[in-house]
Design a protein. Structure first.
Lengths: 341, 645
């Protein structure tokens, strides 16, 4: 079956912050994902689905249900760990990183996994049937309208996100497996809040608004019409940009381990965190990690003040310490003042 | 078994108190369980999980929030039952954690029933299972460690009391220290193995210290004088019951052992007290009574600002359980927020008797009083079991829709439409030898069918009906009202309640916000609410009744609670009936509809008319003068008993 064409990521008009945030997470999946806030019709879902085309290939243990990374034994699932402990070779295979979608209506058993009923009835044995969290390991977990997710499903996401492990103790099964995923959520703030704890698990956040510039709006419509008329032809037209971006992402991934920052930037990040009264340490840590990723994306091996500034716009807004429904915005002058001092 | 490969305990920067508390419970499991509180991202989990490495071979068993009861307590062993044809017991998580550590992240989000079961087994040291035709009893002991972010809601005092130790992570404000946190986090992420090696020596030293302490512990003696000191310390902290003494003593012994001694010094008890006492201070009956008396006294007094704030402060200190962080929050907000100081000045101006007496000009919008003390919303005597037990969860509604968390299985009442397959299979398993095989390992009969019991964590539905007329508009009063309602909304947020907002002024009632989960919207609507005009109290009540009736139709499972905020001075006439009489009539209709309700009376004028109180009586609602509310910090709403007048 021929796969339906997807609107190319590079053909999305404007929305630079959102695009950057998504790209950074592909370069470094440990950044903690993105929360995209915005009204309906601001290309939120289009962007996330389009991202799939740009995702790099992964090296995984062949046949492993969780796509364990042969190079990272710390995150092995039980089966891979057992094989490794027994000194057995772990065959490798290449596969593409994917976007796994978690629908708002998903039930808890589908998310965490459950007892394989068929197996139990046929063979009288218990077997774990992996859920979406298993599928999401080393992939992108995408939740559209994440603010509408059932509370208990949010709990489960928090549990998994906290340590990168999904622990299942339900319906007769006791099982745990790695669940490290890039969490991408979209929400329309008019339809309700998102719990602060879940908010905190997002590394980056962006607020998207519709384009206001008339010429840009016209461009949006033009491209959309062209795409709908002939998706394949449209995609072909953007192939060059797509390839270039994919290559740039790959290059950045290779550069990232060698990208460095100096002590002064670390101190400044800490100072910003203290000055803005953020909760905990995730803000400063993510600020530096994001700055490093920005540097790698720009083809550099040294993060600069400017990288930290760009990172700050994505890292800080959702991390201010605030009481429930207290309104606070980032004091950007202060951030600038500290960084430029 | 997999080796521990997380972030090393020894590499956690700062957080010395948390580390100490962890070491204490690891040395002596009789200290009771440990609860670690703290804001998000303050290394609660990292520190706690890191302790596994120094725990002398004891393992951490993670209790996930989604656990079902069979997996917690134990159930029928499907495989063995099928093979041998006799009922065999499959141990639950509690049994598996025997002799080890049971760890719960976000323990405040755990269903109260599960937590109660865990705490009961933990305290008794025995797990008794009577289910699925099994009768099983075993002795188990484990160390319970949980983390929580108090911003997501805390425990009622009785639950909190069952935790032996409580500790809070500290906010780090030292820039150099924070920079070190970043450095280490990056370094660990870059190469966990190498990072762990760097701290191997310190880890080994901690392991040795713990081992030595464990060996010393049985020999640690408690001199008579130390026993007395323990009792004194607990009495001074006004602790209820004798749990505090036992935990304090055991934690003191652990502290002595960690220090390499075999006798307890006052310093050990002081150290232990930091963890044992804060969360259980001032909960004794005497303390409560004292509090009551003070309240009664202050009622008689003239209302002066200084006076009021003093009583408030005392109450805050005495009416535990108030976790340290909550106090801190408030102090921090008060001192740091420049805006608040300005408000304070403004307030002083407004407390001027002249301005209080003169009604505010039409259509003013008061800013909420941010310093209004926190308010707890208690809905008493509900219909659901949880509420009667006072477990603190407001309304845990058993849902008949196929939504919510699967918690356990039961025999279906009629036709099973939401089948619990795991329980069904277990029910069928013991009978397989006697059944005709159908080509599968299992033959399931109709009689085996079990149905899922699901629970959805939903709070109540609250409808705030706020009087926004000119008589309420005495500026300071509206500020206090908004402050109080904001506190209630904050509570509602933590409990996942739905709220609606309705205001009445001039000649009509207006729905500002239909029932919604978005407390944020409610807050915005409230802040923007202008004040002015006459008081159409009857219209307000009628609109409230209509809104509740409609809301209830849509969401059958939730019982709406009406919170009416008014000074009772109904004066907007519509039709022939006199306004107050019309209001009382409308109030009676609410009583007949058996709507749970509370009236917050804001009347503060020198000549009190007391209409709000009459309206409350007619509604069958509990009655709370605003001033008393701010002192007690609790809005208690009782069941509306029709006919009880």
């Amino acid at each position: 079956m021929k796969r339906k064409a997807v609107y190319p990521f590079t053909a999305i008009v404007g929305q630079e912050a959102m695009k950057l945030a998504l790209i950074l997470n592909v370069i470094d999946p440990s950044l903690g994902g993105v929360l995209i806030k915005g009204e309906k019709g601001t290309a939120k879902s289009t962007a996330v689905r389009a991202l799939a085309e740009l995702l790099p290939a992964l090296t995984a243990v062949h046949g492993c249900r969780f796509r364990c990374d042969p190079a990272v034994p710390e995150h092995f699932c039980d089966d891979c760990a057992a094989l490794a402990a027994a000194g057995q070779p772990l065959p490798e295979e290449k596969m593409k990183m994917r976007v796994v979608e978690l629908p708002v209506s998903a039930t808890e058993d589908r998310v965490v996994g459950t007892l394989d009923i068929e197996h139990a009835i046929k063979h009288g044995e218990k077997k774990f049937e992996p859920g979406l969290l298993a599928e999401a390991n080393r992939n992108i977990l995408y939740v559209d309208e994440i603010n509408l997710l059932d509370d208990h499903v949010v709990d489960v996401l928090l549990d998994a996100a906290a340590m990168g492990v999904n622990t299942v103790e339900r319906e007769g099964v006791s099982y745990s497996h790695p669940a490290r995923f890039v969490l991408v959520g979209t929400m329309n703030p008019e339809e309700g809040d998102i719990r602060p704890q879940l908010l905190d698990r997002f590394g980056l956040s962006v607020t998207v608004t519709g384009e206001h510039e008339p010429s840009q709006r016209v461009e949006v419509i033009k491209r959309r019409l062209a795409y709908e008329e002939d998706p394949d032809a449209f995609c072909r037209r953007w192939e060059k940009e797509q390839t270039q971006l994919a290559e740039r992402i790959m290059a950045a991934r290779q550069l990232l381990p060698r990208t460095e920052t100096d002590d002064e930037l670390l101190l400044k990040a800490a100072e910003v965190a203290v000055a803005l009264q953020v909760d905990g340490h995730r803000a400063d840590i993510t600020l530096i990690k994001t700055a490093l990723t920005v540097a790698a994306f720009e083809g550099r091996t040294q993060a600069t003040k400017e990288d930290v500034k760009r990172a700050a716009a994505l890292v800080l807004p959702h991390r201010l310490r605030r009481l429930p429904f207290e309104e606070k915005t980032v004091d950007w002058d202060k951030v600038k003042e500290i960084l430029d001092a | 078994m997999k080796k521990f490969e997380g972030y090393p305990f020894a590499a956690v920067v700062g957080q010395e108190k948390v580390k100490k508390a962890l070491l204490l419970v690891l040395v002596n499991s009789r200290c009771g369980s440990l609860l670690i509180g703290g804001r998000r991202g303050t290394a609660k989990s990292v520190t706690a999980r890191g302790a596994e490495e120094v725990a002398q071979g004891r393992r951490f068993f993670t209790l996930p929030l989604s656990i079902t009861e069979d997996m917690l307590l134990g159930s029928l062993d499907l495989e063995r039952t099928l093979q041998k044809g006799v009922r065999a017991f499959a141990p639950g998580l509690l049994s598996r954690a025997d002799g080890n550590i049971l760890y719960v992240d976000d323990i405040n989000l755990l269903r109260r029933e599960v937590l109660a079961a865990v705490q009961t087994v933990h305290a008794a040291g025995v797990n008794t299972v009577e289910r699925e035709g099994l009768s099983h009893r075993e002795e188990i002991s484990f160390t319970l460690i949980g983390t929580m972010d108090p911003a997501e809601g805390t425990f009622p005092g009785t639950v909190l009391d069952r935790f032996g130790l409580y500790v809070e992570t500290e906010d780090m404000t030292d820039v150099k220290q924070r920079a070190e946190v970043i450095r280490r986090a990056l370094s660990f992420a870059g190469d966990p193995g190498a990072f762990r090696k760097k701290f191997a020596k310190e880890t080994a030293e901690l392991q040795r210290q713990l081992e030595r302490a464990q060996q010393l512990l049985p020999r640690v003696e408690v001199p008579e004088a130390m026993l007395e000191l323990t009792a004194q310390m607990c009495a001074r902290a006004l602790c209820a019951g004798h749990r505090a003494e036992l935990y304090l003593l055991e934690a003191g012994k652990a502290a002595a052992a960690l220090a390499g001694r075999t006798f307890v010094l006052p310093a050990d008890l002081d150290e232990a007290a930091l963890f044992v006492l804060p969360h259980r201070m001032g909960r004794s009956p005497q303390a409560q009574q004292q509090l009551q008396e003070e309240n009664d006294d202050s009622k008689e007094e003239e209302e002066k600002p200084e006076n009021r704030s003093e009583t408030q402060k005392e109450n805050e200190e005495e009416s535990a359980p108030q976790l340290p962080s909550q106090n801190k929050n408030r102090e921090a907000d008060g001192s740091k927020d420049k805006e608040d100081n300005e408000n304070e000045e403004e307030k002083e101006k407004e407390e001027d008797p002249h301005s209080q007496e003169s009604p505010a000009p039409a259509d003013e919008t008061a800013a909420p009083d941010k310093n209004f003390p926190p308010l707890q919303l208690l809905v008493a005597a509900g219909r659901s079991r949880q509420e009667r037990r006072g477990s603190g969860k407001r309304s845990l509604t058993r849902t008949s829709l196929k939504q919510g968390r699967y918690v356990r299985a039961e025999l279906p009442g009629g036709e099973a439409d939401d089948i619990a397959l795991d329980a069904t299979i277990r029910a069928a398993a013991p009978w397989q030898r006697w059944r005709e095989p159908q080509g599968c390992a299992l033959t399931v009969w109709q009689s085996d069918l079990r149905q899922k019991v699901r629970e959805q964590r939903i709070g109540n539905t609250f409808l705030f009906a706020v009087d926004a007329s000119g008589s309420m508009g005495a500026w300071e009063r509206m500020r206090a009202v908004k402050g109080a309602v904001l506190q209630l909304l904050r509570e509602a947020y933590q409990k996942r309640d739905r709220v609606g907002l309705l205001a009445f002024r001039r000649d009509r009632a207006e729905v500002l916000l239909p029932f919604t989960h978005s407390i944020e919207l409610a807050q915005k609507a409230l802040v923007r609410l202008p004040t002015g005009g006459k008081t159409p109290l009857a219209e307000g009540l009628t609109a409230a009744l209509t809104m509740i009736a409609q809301g209830n139709k849509a969401q059958k499972e939730q019982e709406p609670v009406l919170i009416l905020v008014t000074d009772g001075r109904a004066n907007a006439r519509s039709g022939a009936t006199e306004p107050v009489a019309a209001a009382l009539k409308a109030a009676e209709r609410i009583r007949r509809a058996k709507i749970k309700a509370a009236v917050i009376d804001t009347e503060r004028d020198f000549i009190k008319l007391g209409i709000a109180q009459k309206v409350a009586a007619a509604m069958g609602a509990s009655y709370h003068p605003l001033r008393k509310l701010s002192q007690e910090g609790v809005l208690r709403i009782v069941e509306n008993l029709e006919g009880e007048l």
